[in-house]
Design a protein around this ligand. Sequence first.
Ligand code: PPS
Length: 293
Amino acid sequence: MDFPPRPELFDFHGVSMTHYFTDLWDRVQTFKARPDDILIATYPKAGTTWVSYILDLLYFGQTSPERLTSIPIYDRVPFLDLRDVFDKSGVEQAENLPTSPRIIKTHFPVQFIPKSFWEQNCKIVYVARNAKDNVVSYFHFDRMVVTEPDPGDWNSYLKRFMEGKVAFGSWYDHVNGWWKKKQTYSNLHYMFYEDMTEDCAKELDKLCSFLGLSPSLEEKKQILGEVQFDNMKYNNMVNYSTSLHANVKISPFMRKGKVGDWKNHFTVAQNEEFDEDYKRKMKDPTLHFRSEI
Ligand code: PPS
């Protein structure tokens, strides 16, 4: 298999992007959302796959269990922003999803979301993760995914993350932009990776209440078991071991799944510099992240 060369980053409407996420811009922007579509929006590596699997199980786990063992999660929940690399583009996959609802994933910052999602008042689930664990996870992901720019060494990567020079731009702008949107768009459920790690059952209940679903206790128990990190790690339909983009021998997609793994990566000096910069950028006292639990 010939892998394409790693892409370069460039400024796209004020956000660092690669051509994989801009080549089909017009097509993506004119995507026709349906009122019952559900959009999962995240900054990369915030828990997208975890929440995608939960939603997929909630909607289809009982009615089409064969999906779970035959279709990888990235085909069940297409990635709208992604152009075709080895197979269909995300937008084409989303258009052809036979399910109702269609569950669709995006990493776009809020200002890039195709307007039909807002016009149709679609339900949107946003997942955010603390910046330190997010950047560590993103670094390892960029090492192993050929469609990402070359991450270089950890120190330079961390600096670029702080400057927003990674695909999908600044983490700080992303989490703040979506948080602000919540004030004016009520069909947006904002979740935190750390809360899910601490008490997944509670987060599942809140999610169900947002979605208007009332699964039985038995069903909830089953879902909570399925989506535990260790179960997902060894489930080939959700661990990306079948993806042509990812070389899971370099770093597994389901890597650690922890809050606080950043402590194994940040030096004391990096941590101090990061914290100072963080304070300057994260001014909204209502948006609070936990980098340890
Ligand atoms: S992507 O590529 O943006 O869609 O990646 P994403 O799915 O958002 O994030 C991957 C990280 O989420 C962790 N993960 C989980 N953690 C805890 N529990 C469960 N069930 C779970 N599923 C996925 C995954 O391990 C990646 O984090 P790191 O820190 O790299 O392990």
